[in-house]
Design a protein around this ligand. Sequence first.
Ligand code: KIV
Ligand code: ZN
Length: 511
Amino acid sequence: MRDRVYIFDTTLRDGEQSPGCSMNIQEKVELAKQLERLKVDVIEAGFAIASPGDFQSVKAIAETIKDCTVASLSRANEKDIERSAEALKNAANPLIHTFIATSDIHMKYKLRMTPDEVLERTKYMVAYAKKFCPNVEFSAEDATRSDHEFLYRVIETAIKSGATVINVPDTVGYTTPDEYYELIKNIRENVAGIEKVILSVHCHNDLGMAVANSLSAIKAGARQVECTVNGIGERAGNAALEEIVMAIKTRNSVFNVDVRVDTTQIYRSSKLLSNITGVSVQPNKAIVGANAFAHESGIHQHGVLAEASTYEIMTPESIGLTRSKIVLGKHSGRHAFEDYLRSLGYSLTKEELDRAFEKFKILADKKKDVKDADIEALLADKAIEIPEVYKLDRFVINTGNTITATAIVRLIKENGGPSMIEEVSTGDGPVYAAFKAIEKIVGVSFVLEDYKVHSVTEGQDAQGEAYVKIRRNGRIFTGKGVSTDIFEASVLSYINAINKMIYEEKLEAQV
Ligand code: KIV
Ligand code: ZN
């Protein structure tokens, strides 16, 4: 039987640490549910002590997810470990992940601890975590720049104290495939008890080698890989989950291991993450980029039409890209719509289906031919449902190249009962005029950090997708809107970000 490599997904922890990728609780739970469908083995749900919001997210994910281990990160101290244990207490399969740095540079300048103190701390904190949870992962931060003999001693100590998983991170993306191979092999040969634990790797992409390093470590005997969807993460990111998994699947005779992942959920996972964060993947990104399965040159097109394997080493279907044969339009009924969603891999509750169908009918009225991407955009809205304190009633924008843009916006405010509020504003362009009118209605101050709009599909009747990021008290809130009218998409995205801000501030106030 072939060995299994465990996929430890850290999109919600290390991934969320990347600029512009913060998510709220609902978004994290929604993504965690998708990771469960993707069948990763471990979901690192967050860093419970980092903030009340992080704690709530880990707790909510721990209570929701049944088919994956749920992990929470903790530094090697009592308070962090207790907070993780508390957040994970209702998890079906909890894992406390604790770490301490082992490189000279980190011990001296960051921790201000001697190597002996780090050894002692490792011993006590792993044992402490073990009191709360049978599964404890220990990470030797900056392992690849650590003295090897010292690293072996720290790992041995963690194993003796009860660690069940040992992680060897390349924290700063410094190592190379050959060097990392040697390190993993040496750890396996020099650390007593290493055969009793799962040996894990965690690579950052500073030199663009995170995936290559992770795969090299698998060849050297590592049996868990820590990675993120779309490769998001600190600085240049973490190793990309989809690249590691598809490399293992596509070049199976090279790696000779199995993974549990359902690869047909890869595309959806990537899309959902981009939809939530507003951070899209580059078009030429391996596996999930828009061009990953596109063939532009005549020679390639000819080859692919004759026999797909001439230029495709994996099928689009294997990552969940459906080539749908059903055409949805305004005459399609609820059944056809539901069947279509199922063929895309979605299963909605009755209420979600009702709402999605209503939105689909409105869209189909405006758009002749509704494509997969339109449906995905429409459903992405569902993933981020939060109470709508403000709803768009109507807007009028007057603009041109010889006049100052003016917007009149009327919103419905839900505050016990609905009330209408209307404001007028001028602005530097039609979108900003509308945004300013909305700001007047809402009456709280925040800063517009980012705004972008792009089309979801091609053609004159394409849907526009708008993203905004607003900042208040140091926190970022992302909003998204979809419509065949880019002004409407923009207004909806602004209202969505404001509703999230109101909702999260209320939640935080309750903690
Ligand atoms: O990169 C790193 O070292 C980490 C650890 C906390 C595992 O993210
Ligand atoms: Zn990391």
